[in-house]
Design a protein around this ligand. Structure first.
Ligand code: F6P
Length: 332
């Protein structure tokens, strides 16, 4: 049976969202479904702002960062009035299936909409933070790691030249996936993560001990600390000035910020986006609804939307063990 399908991208954009849109459009078009893309996340759903999508719009798209549908955070969408308005707009347009590509905030929005709209709702995990329970990785995460690693590599050159301490702040909202794996892959010396943070005092003491041991062994050395955002109570500038007085060394802070959300998706993100998007599209018109399509151990999984945010996703043990063996370690 032919359906009318809608797609929206919501929350922080992530490299690979366009590839996911492409996969959904191609599979749905081939199945004979009509497709529209709502613009500006849930805002477009409230203002009935959309564009028709077919294979022509998604040509040459898999490698493009950002999202052709634009994105937004839509605070008003939490209200019942918004849920009802969105439901009325979807019904007026004759939409049967809605695909939501975004993070946990977007999935909360999708679950809220499900209280007012009887159509099919399917989520796809798109965020650089990788903080979505039920999927091994999220679309955009690998590109953000790559960006962080390339940035730290560059910082390392100047840090080495001056034998300076550098603090590099990475995104992740309240999760440490990007910080942890970015720090490991860039061979950083220390990483400060929300999941493992004990106290300011302990962190400063650890860094000082490690740095002093290195200095005893090798004289002046450069030293790179990766700091997860939203973690250090006084912010990165406070940490830099406290380290400067403790270490009697110049400490320079670098905030990577939104650079980590941009750029062409790396292959791992394209593959994840295309696989999840294509698989999700095959579910159009089925009884599957109110779920996120994720990937676990190389297989697609259907995870109830509520389960994606109810529990905090733990850091993977192998990465934590690797960090312990290679970093935060005075012999590194
Ligand atoms: O969720 C993606 C993300 O980039 C987080 O890593 C970050 O904390 C947040 O979005 C930033 O949000 P905004 O773009 O609204 O400043």
């Amino acid at each position: 049976m032919n359906s009318k399908v809608a797609i929206l991208t919501s929350g922080g954009d992530a490299p690979g969202m366009n590839a996911c849109i492409r996969a959904i459009v191609l599979v749905c078009e081939r199945a004979g479904h009509d497709i529209v893309g709502y613009l500006h996340g849930y805002n477009g759903l409230l203002s009935q702002e959309y564009m028709t999508l077919d294979s022509r719009q998604v040509h040459n798209l898999a490698q493009r960062g950002g999202t052709i549908l634009h994105s937004a955070r839509c605070k008003p969408f939490k209200t019942d009035e918004s849920g009802k308005l969105a439901a009325a707009n979807l019904t007026a347009l004759g939409i049967d299936t809605l695909f939501v590509i975004g993070g946990d905030g977007s999935f909360r929005g999708a679950a809220h909409l499900g209280k007012f709209w009887q159509g099919q709702i399917i989520g796809l995990p798109g965020t650089i933070d990788n903080d979505i329970n039920g999927t091994d990785a999220t679309i955009g995460y690998f590109t953000a790691i790559e960006t962080a690693v390339q940035s730290v590599d560059k910082v390392r050159d100047t840090a080495d030249a001056f034998e300076r301490v550098f603090l590099v702040e990475v995104m992740g909202r309240h999760a440490g996936f990007l910080g942890l794996n970015g720090a490991i892959a860039s061979a950083s010396d220390y990483v400060i993560l929300p999941e493992l943070f004990e106290s300011e005092e302990k962190t400063l003491k650890d860094i000082l001990t490690q740095l002093n041991e290195r200095r005893e062994q090798r004289g002046n050395v450069s030293y790179i600390i990766v700091l997860a955002e939203n973690l250090w109570p006084g912010g990165i500038a406070d940490l830099a000035s406290r380290l400067e007085s403790l270490t009697e060394t110049e400490v320079r802070p670098v905030i990577l910020g939104h650079v980590q959300r941009g750029g062409s998706p790396v292959s791992q993100d394209r593959l994840l986006a295309l696989k999840l998007g294509a698989y999700a599209a095959t579910l159009t018109g089925s009884a599957v609804t109110g779920v996120m399509i994720g990937e676990q151990h190389g297989k697609p999984v259907q995870v109830p939307l509520e389960d994606t945010w109810k529990q905090r996703k733990p850091l993977d043990d192998l990465s934590v063990d690797t960090m312990t063996l290679l970093m935060n370690n005075r012999y590194a």
